[in-house]
Design a protein around this ligand. Sequence first.
Ligand code: SF4
Length: 218
Amino acid sequence: MRSSGSSSTTPADPTGAFADLLARVQACTVCAAQLPHPPRPILRVSPTARLLIVGQAPGRRVHETGIPWNDPSGDLLRQWLGMTREQFYDVSRIAIVPTGLCYPGTVNGSDLPPRPECAPLWHPPLRAAMPEIRLTLLIGAYAQAFYLGKRRGRTLADTVQAWRDFLPDFFPLPHPSPRNRGWLKQHPWFEAEVLPALRERVGALRAAGDNGGAHSQN
Ligand code: SF4
């Protein structure tokens, strides 16, 4: 989803501060010279969201559609979470903010890393503007590096296997990319032990919050 950058107010944003922040994000050109296309930040945020999903950066298809996780990786992530598309894209409850907001391009067929300028610039103010967030899913090494820093394990598998250590704020996950199917096969404890715990936590969050007044942008 692409933000509209509207400065209108809603019951959940009575001063318009949230909409103003969103407009500044949408107008960002900080690393435009390093991007393959004009900046197009892809995020879904609302002041009432309770779950925050932090992935890597938009791929080409997401850049073109403006809808995050609108690809096979998103299909597997929704399967992991036990969610329908409708539930997943309910921005009043679920915020989606990648580590890098704009498509960084590819090299030799592989996506480039998120732009390093982006997360330090935008995650702190966006996170501060969403005070109802109760759990943040850290999907992949870049999200885990930004939010966990030295608390990370030696490998991504070590970090994911130690998921209990990061609760109640964070839940680290591997990236659900089709390229990671080999990782999933090599680490069967992930599906057997981690996913049931993840579904339980996410389901409890969804059941607990019945919020309205979201800032939906598309
Ligand atoms: S990737 Fe982030 S820092 Fe760079 S232009 Fe997009 S929003 Fe701005």
